[in-house]
Design a protein around this ligand. Sequence first.
Ligand code: FAD
Length: 467
Amino acid sequence: MTADLAGCKAALAHLDLDDNPATVRQKSRDFFWYSPVLKERLDHVTADFVVTPRNEAEVIEALAAAHAHGVPVTPRGAGTGNYGQAMPLSGGMVLHLKGLDKIAEIGPGRIRAGGGAIIAEIDRKARAAAGQELRMHPSTAQTASIGGFIAGGSGGVGSIRWGGLRDDGNVLGLRLVTCEARPRVLELRGDDMHKAIHAYGVNGIITEVEVPLTAAYDWVDVIVGFDEWAACNRYAEDIAHRDGLHLKELATVQAPAPHDYFLRHRRFIAREKHVAIIMVGPHSLEPLLTVTARDRRAAVLFRSDRDGAAGLPPAYELAWNHTTLRALRMDPAITYLQVLYRAPDTVERVVKMAAIFGDEVPGHVEWVRMDGRVRGAGLPMVRYTTEARLDEIIRIHEAEGCPIFNPHRYTLEEGGMKQTDPAQLAFKRETDPDGLLNPGKMIAWDDPDYDFASDRIYLFPGLNAAQ
Ligand code: FAD
């Protein structure tokens, strides 16, 4: 069926609908430009119009009209995803969910919030109402939506203690609207939620989420410096394993990036210092300092309780993809990779990669818990030259036993496990039989025989031609 854009727009004219080309283009973009590969391929992508529903009933109306007129729908939270997840590859409608921002309920250990609610706002309200906060958030918490985090993210600040979004218990319930002639509202719980977690919205629009809360603290930011990259990572691995220390964030960044890129913290960090970036509960600060003092190679360079935090970004905005963002601002040629440094030789692998690539791939490791075990999730920066060299860097990592989750791909499969997720695919058949939701993001939908072993980038046949 060819998309009847005019018919769909006419049916939704009473909603908040914008077809001004400049705003539509702006709402058709996310942080895809983090990747020079995606920037080249997706820069021209734009939707035809944006609908901003005020509530779930309007989401249902928008999806029913899209279905009736064969119009593709790309959900959008805040557009901070950096794999082009929120980009409307086949044009059509961007469904901007920022209006679904109500907090429905706050109870001990849990909160129900609209899918479009801004994460930092959820934390502010949970803290004010009940002295609680979310277990984890992306480093984009100040701008990103909770629905976008669950549909497009993986974990972040808090993952050193709580693991990732996919870990059982870190999402409690999802309310989701299907894209059919009569859209249904589904309440997913238990295993069913995995069909929609990190599915880029290809099989339903998340209108409400139920997520766990934990005690809120006035987290203290601490930066510890080292002369050697290996010592820095050994220290991080050690404190990550100390279960008595209450940490919310733990990252290591290789010199000279901290001095060169963390401009507002620069006065605390000499150029030769590799750093561990830590958020610690105020009750755990003293024990952390005790453990740190035992390591003769460690020097505490910054403490927000001692040195003040005025004018400085929070520590988490030096971590996760904010490390890359700060580097990019200084050197636009920088991009990054996502690496798993397997245990038990995590630090050896981190150090080996640094030895192989030197300044071409400055090191950055996020220390997280995966299935209860401490792991090094690498987000090394890459001084990009060509796509061929980037592919070679990826191949070398994989040959050295360091798997890559490729952030230079816009499909679920290529950016993830390089295989079909049968549960997500089967669910899409039920919830989006015409394949209108976020087209082009699930290879298995378009090409069930796709060879994931091939090195070539998947080119979605429905990708709008460059304009
Ligand atoms: P969007 O970018 O708008 O959407 C993300 C995906 O979800 C898209 O596929 C979109 O179509 C879909 N979607 C959005 N809302 C819904 C909905 N209600 N229902 C169904 N589908 C929906 N990610 C992390 O996991 N951890 C991090 O620490 C982290 N740090 C980042 C730092 C920087 C500087 C940047 C640029 C990105 C970072 N990200 C991180 C990626 C991203 O910011 C987060 O995943 C964020 O939570 C996405 O939320 P959003 O509202 O911006 O989603």
